[in-house]
Design a protein around this ligand. Structure first.
Ligand SMILES: [Zn+2]
Length: 408
């Protein structure tokens, strides 16, 4: 197969994968599994479906090492994509149509590109008669876009996962709008909270004491004060050399506010919903802050302010990138060889990587897309075909360096 043929087939497989509607909330996982099974056959990889529950499976496409019992590497990607607002798209979002070199479609950045790039890198390494000294597992998991509880969250609890003897994991990152690749060694904790505040009700013409609104006001002020402080930290650092990035601050946003029945009735309760993303090492302090806010909220009885955790990822672990290791050496060597400028940082949202790090596996989030607008979850998500194909070249080098047995 010539280089041009390899590029053609890579683009073709990418478009085919985009065309499978693995879109939440009812992803067509069956078709995706069939596609991946055929792909495994085509590349001469071992294929295994792993049952997660009655309607969810992960799958593994494995290239076993014949020469070594070293720990393996896992190349992870999620199969599902987020919903679309079709009326805002220039082309049908599951067409994979290529216009001016740009491949359009839901999942072109997040993260069907990466799943295909792993496999196409393997196609090239196999064609070059490469023999890995570590076993390579391409892992495809469901449901990352809805929190991964039935996907990676389940997978890491299974014996099938433990049996992989994982030494290092590659997972998703984000596109970069500059020529600097983003490399993520951790995620922030996710905390979705609801404050339910209660108070006295009555006619809207009176001045009633101890209302729900006054408590809502206090809490909202405290939360937004916290937000303003973090924002200031981020903005101040932009003026100095000691650059803090979004992943290194805690963000707080009021995302929903509900309550009230009628214009002339003072509501007996309000609910305030916040989406909080907590910086590494900030989890315990943030929870203390929340309890302190409740304590200080003016009220007559304690049950007038109730805090409910809608989603709580818990403390997150980060991968140590200060300590020397074989995979870190391999990663950095690849970046040098491929002349990739990198920025090492914390992922501003949550990925499946947090589950793996929680089990103690080193994991790096990396999607090789530079000079590309960040369009994940956005209308008209696209990836330029040259960026996609260059990403395959980077993975060829990266997989080779991670599995050639050299540690320096
Ligand atoms: Zn993703």
């Amino acid at each position: 197969m010539t280089e041009k043929d390899k590029d053609e087939v890579a683009l073709q497989r990418f478009v085919e994968y985009i065309q499978i509607k693995t879109v939440q909330p009812e992803p067509d996982y069956d078709s995706a599994m069939k596609f991946l099974k055929n792909y495994a056959q085509e590349l001469g990889l071992e294929y295994r479906a792993v049952t997660l529950d009655e309607s969810r499976q992960a799958c593994l496409l494995t290239w076993p090492s014949k020469s070594s019992t070293e720990t393996s590497i896992v190349l992870n990607s999620h199969i599902d994509v987020v919903p679309v607002f079709e009326e805002h798209w220039m082309v049908p979002p599951f067409s994979g149509e290529i216009r001016d070199g740009k491949i359009y479609g839901r999942g072109t950045q997040d993260m069907k590109c990466v799943g295909i790039q792993y496999l196409e890198a393997i196609r090239r390494l196999k064609a070059a008669k490469y023999e890995p000294k570590r076993t390579i597992h391409c892992l495809f998991v469901p449901d990352e876009e809805i929190g991964g509880v039935r996907g990676m969250g389940k997978f890491i609890t299974l014996d099938e996962c433990k049996a992989l003897n994982i030494g290092f994991v590659l997972d998703e990152g984000l596109a970069s709008e500059t020529d600097v690749f983003q490399v993520y060694y951790g995620d922030r904790s996710v905390l979705w909270i609801q404050f339910l505040v209660k108070g006295k009700t009555g006619h809207g013409s009176r001045l009633i004491e101890n209302t729900a609104a006054e408590k809502a006001q206090f809490i909202l002020n405290e939360m937004l004060k916290f937000r303003a402080n973090e924002k200031e930290c981020l903005e101040k650092s932009e003026a100095t050399d000691n650059l803090i990035q979004l992943g290194n601050v805690t963000t707080v946003n009021l995302t929903k506010l509900t309550g009230g029945v009628q214009q002339n009735v003072v509501p007996d309760q309000y609910s305030l919903y916040f989406d909080c993303r907590i910086k590494p090492d900030g989890y315990d302090a943030f929870k203390e802050f929340l309890h302190d806010v409740i304590k200080r909220t003016p009220k007559e009885n304690d049950d007038e302010v109730i805090l409910h955790y809608v989603q709580d990822s818990g403390r997150v672990c980060i991968t140590d990138v200060e300590k020397p290791s074989w995979w870190l050496n391999s990663f950095k060597r690849t970046c040098e060889q491929m002349k990739c400028k990198t920025n090492w940082t914390v992922f501003p949202a949550a990925t499946d990587g947090r589950y793996l790090r929680g089990e103690g596996y080193p994991a790096i989030g990396f999607s090789p897309m530079i000079n590309t607008p960040i369009l994940l979850h956005d209308h008209n998500e696209y990836l330029h075909k040259d960026v996609f194909l260059h990403g395959i070249e980077i993975y060829v080098k990266l997989i080779e360096n991670l599995t050639n047995g050299k540690s320096a």
